[in-house]
Design a protein around this ligand. Structure first.
Ligand code: PMP
Length: 395
């Protein structure tokens, strides 16, 4: 107990009254299933392990090899003595994947995003003497907002994927003394839709704005050999190891100069112990797999299964929004509705988690259904059937 527990209890009570209390439970993974603590097996339609790599023998083997060679931990931050030769080789491979000059590895996507925004702001102030103007797609991930907050900047939000709105705002700030920085994602995590990065790149070039794209949900699963969708359109690209690459951690790719600035000025890079070599080994193995013909087949399969699910769901009159990727949200509106639907799905053996505010706007609660390479057509049909039956039973 601490002397402050009653205060914390009050806070928790307030959140509970607002229905905002968050909980967690134990779910052990077993193949492409989860095992609940009571032994119930649930098919995984929830995790971001899109390619089903986190149990791949090559990842497990490479993690063990890098552990044996470099240690279970890196022992220090990157600039002290935590840069093993494997990390440098991996960064070069990641830069090549994204068609850019250089890359910096971080321990998580959150850490990368929360670090890079303040580092860009610092660059702008150092080089130009003025604060940048940050323009952010309304639906960017919380970690990029965290980066803005850490830098003391309130981003100007443009309507989701609305390039006209962005162009108008850039025009309005044409005479800004500092840089203009645009933050977006190539695949949006809660809607599964994509940004038009070619058009966005053109808008940013026309207005001399620095384009930063988070490819957490595209890396490994979309684009040629899983390189994502940024394809030379962005000035900075973030990828994560934590989704399709089956492990944890993240990387930021850009020019050598930008990455050198991040290494010199990114607090989350400088003041944090470098990621475990075992994790980096697993990521290295995942990169090997991305270019395998079988992995391309898996990517195609995931795309086809996702479309199959969208069609089933739409035929039943349910809403999947603008999804065009492996993330298929079934938007049902109210919080209680989403929770009840998730519960009925779980009773039928499917783990499809309800997403609620503040992760999504009030009234846009949903089941975020995620398709994996290990899923099958009969499984998708069974999931859709169950979803529609459960939905009808609730009307
Ligand atoms: N960016 C996006 C778009 C995300 O969805 C997430 C988390 N799911 C992150 C960054 C954070 O990545 P990580 O989980 O590796 O911290």
């Amino acid at each position: 107990m601490t002397r402050f527990d009653s205060l914390f209890q009050q806070g928790l009570q307030k959140l509970a009254e607002q229905g905002r209390l968050r909980t967690q439970r134990s779910l052990d993974s077993s193949g492409d299933n989860f095992i609940r603590s009571d032994g119930t097996v649930l098919a995984d339609f929830s995790s971001n392990d899109y390619l089903g790599l986190r149990r791949h023998p090559l990842l497990l083997q490479r993690a063990a090899e890098w552990g044996a060679r470099y240690g279970a931990g890196s022992g220090a931050s990157r600039l002290v003595s935590g840069t093993c030769s494997g990390a440098l080789r991996l960064e070069q491979r990641l830069a090549t994947l994204k068609g850019m000059e250089a890359a910096c590895i971080f321990s998580s996507g959150w850490q990368a995003n929360a670090t890079l925004v303040p580092a860009l702001v610092r660059l702008c102030v150092t080089a130009t003497g003025a604060q940048p103007v940050i323009l952010a797609d309304k639906l960017i991930h919380a970690s990029l907002y965290q980066g803005c907050a850490a830098a003391g900047i309130v981003p100007i939000r443009f309507r989701h994927n609305d390039l006209k709105h962005l162009a108008t705002l850039l025009e309005k700030h044409a005479d800004a003394a500092g840089m203009k920085i645009v933050l977006t994602e190539s695949v949006f995590s809660m809607d599964g839709d994509r940004a038009d990065l070619a058009a966005l790149g053109n808008v940013c070039r026309a207005h001399n704005a620095f384009l930063c794209v988070d490819e957490a949900h595209a890396t490994g699963i979309l684009g040629h050999n899983g390189k994502g969708l940024s394809d030379g359109h962005a000035d900075m690209v973030i990828g994560t190891f934590s989704k399709a690459l089956g492990t944890m951690g993240a990387f930021v790719c850009s020019s050598s100069a930008v990455c050198q600035w991040l290494r010199t000025s990114g607090s989350g890079y400088i003041y944090s112990t470098a990621p475990s070599p075992m994790v980096l080994g697993a990521a290295d193995a995942a990169l090997d797999l991305l270019t395998e013909p079988e992995t391309e087949e898996v990517r195609c399969k995931v795309a086809a299964l996702s479309e199959r699910l969208r069609q089933h769901v739409a035929a039943a009159g349910l809403e999947t929004g603008p999804s065009s990727t492996q993330i298929v949200p079934v938007v049902v509106g109210r919080e209680q509705t989403a929770l009840r639907l998730a519960q009925l799905m779980e009773e039928a053996g499917f783990l499809t988690v309800a997403i609620r505010p503040p992760t999504v706007p009030p009234g846009a609660c949903r089941l975020r259904i995620v398709i994996h390479g290990n899923h099958t057509e009969p499984q998708i049909d069974a999931l859709a059937h169950c979803l529609v039956t459960a939905w009808k039973s609730m009307q």
